[in-house]
Design a protein. Structure first.
Length: 277
């Protein structure tokens, strides 16, 4: 298992707290958000961790992890950060003509990859549920999600419901993922994506191939974003769904919070004693 933490953003809505550091280095009761995540990963024996930095990258100084720097963080988004990490960490180091290590694909032997947003905090049992996610077909992408998501927004006056990254679910399969999904059929559910994705090995390869194809040929807007380079992870996931990928929700139970505004930080501090610190 590998982990990629997307932490390149500027966190402009958290200023002045982010004037001198990225969001992932905000402290929540004495421990930074990224340290909290890494501590949980280590407790499950996951040590192959890559952090994608960008804004104030030199401030992120965590030992024994890999770093990928998205130098274009001001003009790109999570989609670009993820693919920089995949391209820099997933290419076969032994690759030569006729390489047996990668069977000529140019990619290192694949492991499942857990991708997380760098501005979230969650209980260890949410990670446990992601790791237990199992589907008869190993090529299924799993997204942490919850159905009772609107309750969390009752105290988020600075982060409206319309900004939630929603998933439209039918028969335990995600049909649509984007912000502000408000309508569903009787047999469908609307949930929220929690910023944690489990990417199986074969889908890593397909994702990379699709991204490289789009980089070469795509012009104009990309799903909900103005361009491919400025796209969110959810835009690329929607592209994968449209191309036939199976993406399923992993309904998680446990405390979770996103730190996007000063109000979010205060709310998290009130409930964090219920987390494992």
């Amino acid at each position: 298992m590998k982990v990629i933490i997307l932490a390149a953003g500027m966190g402009s809505r958290l200023r002045p707290l982010t004037n001198d550091k990225p969001k992932c280095m905000i402290k929540l009761l004495g421990q930074t958000l990224i340290e909290r995540q890494i501590k949980i990963f280590h407790s499950y024996g996951i040590n192959d961790i890559t952090i994608v930095t960008g804004y104030k990258s030199k401030v992120v100084d965590i030992p024994d992890v890999n770093y990928v720097n998205n130098v274009n963080y001001e003009t790109t988004n999570m989609n670009e950060s993820l693919f920089r990490a995949l391209l820099e960490t997933e290419m076969c180091e032994e690759c030569t003509s006729g390489c047996r290590e990668c069977n000529g694909t140019g990619l290192s032997p694949a492991k499942p990859i857990l991708v997380t947003y760098g501005d979230i905090a969650f209980e260890p049992r949410i990670l446990s549920q992601m790791l237990e996610f199992c589907d008869p077909r190993p090529s299924v992408i799993g997204l942490a999600a919850r159905i009772n998501w609107k309750e969390y927004y009752q105290n988020r006056t600075m982060h409206p419901l319309s900004e939630a990254e929603n998933v439209l679910i039918e028969n335990r399969r995600i049909l649509e993922i984007r912000k502000n999904i408000s309508k569903s059929l009787e047999n469908q559910q609307i949930g929220e994506f929690l910023g944690i994705m489990l990417l199986p090995p074969d889908q890593r390869n397909i994702l990379l191939e699709k991204y490289l194809e789009l980089k070469q040929n795509h012009v104009g807007g990309f799903h909900s974003s103005s361009s491919l380079s400025n796209a969110y992870l959810t835009d690329m996931l929607q592209e994968m769904i449209n191309c036939g990928a199976t993406v399923k929700p992993v309904f998680t139970e446990g405390k979770w919070c996103e730190i996007d505004t000063p109000e979010d930080l205060k709310n998290a501090e009130k409930s964090i004693n219920k987390f494992q610190s």
